[in-house]
Design a protein around this ligand. Structure first.
Ligand code: AMP
Length: 197
């Protein structure tokens, strides 16, 4: 299996690049944001509860997203690997993910971290809000709150994987194809190694 975390602040291009990467490497895409939005559109209890946090730009409680990921791992046993997008976002989520993968005799091979300037992030998110229909993209206050949550809680997740030397920084500015090539070059290099021994 090859398991990768595509990491970066909101608006860094994780969604766009994930789509291209899963097509190229046949990985199962697990985006907690997408899973939560699907719960919201189906008006499930989990979705209605999560929406309260999401509308303010806050993180949904750890146990909710960990439960969703646990189910998704169990429901996708025969895949080439997973691409985690928007997860893990807290140190606790990272620890839980490591444990869940260890139980399946696998691990995170790499965290590819997209770096984008704050100015560019806000520009991209405001633009996305004009067409995405996402309520958390349409208000600059909420956008700023999400970026703050990222700095307050999520950036520490990189420290977790840095300790085991699994973080690779990728410049997240340029054209979609340029960024995709940077990511693919790293994946091609790492796929030749066995990082889970
Ligand atoms: P995203 O689509 O990844 O930008 O996520 C949209 C929103 O969903 C975030 O602002 C959070 O409120 C929530 N969310 C997504 N993934 C997570 C996660 N791993 N932990 C907590 N909240 C999450």
């Amino acid at each position: 299996m090859f398991n990768l975390i595509l990491f970066g602040p909101p608006g860094s291009g994780k969604g766009t690049q994930s789509e291209k990467l899963i097509a190229k490497y046949h990985l199962k895409h697990l985006s907690t944001g997408d899973l939560l939005r699907s719960e919201i559109s189906r008006k499930t209890r989990l979705g209605l509860e999560a929406k309260k946090f999401m509308d303010k730009g806050h993180l949904v409680p750890d146990e909710v997203v960990i439960g969703m990921i646990n189910d998704a791992l169990d429901n996708n046993r025969d895949v080439a690997g997973f691409l985690f997008d928007g997860f893990p976002r807290t140190a606790i989520q990272a620890e839980e993910l490591d444990d869940l993968l260890a139980k399946k005799n696998t691990c995170i091979d790499v965290m590819l971290a997209l770096e984008v300037s704050e100015e560019e992030l806000i520009k991209r998110l405001v633009k996305r809000g004009e067409t995405s229909g996402r309520s958390d993209d349409s208000n600059e206050m909420v956008i700023r709150a999400r970026i703050q949550e990222y700095h307050k809680k999520t950036a520490t997740v990189a420290d977790h994987y840095q300790k085991v030397n699994k973080v690779v920084m990728i410049k997240g500015e340029g054209t979609i194809e340029e960024i995709f090539k940077r990511l693919s070059d790293e994946i091609d290099r790492l796929m030749k190694l066995d990082n889970c021994v």
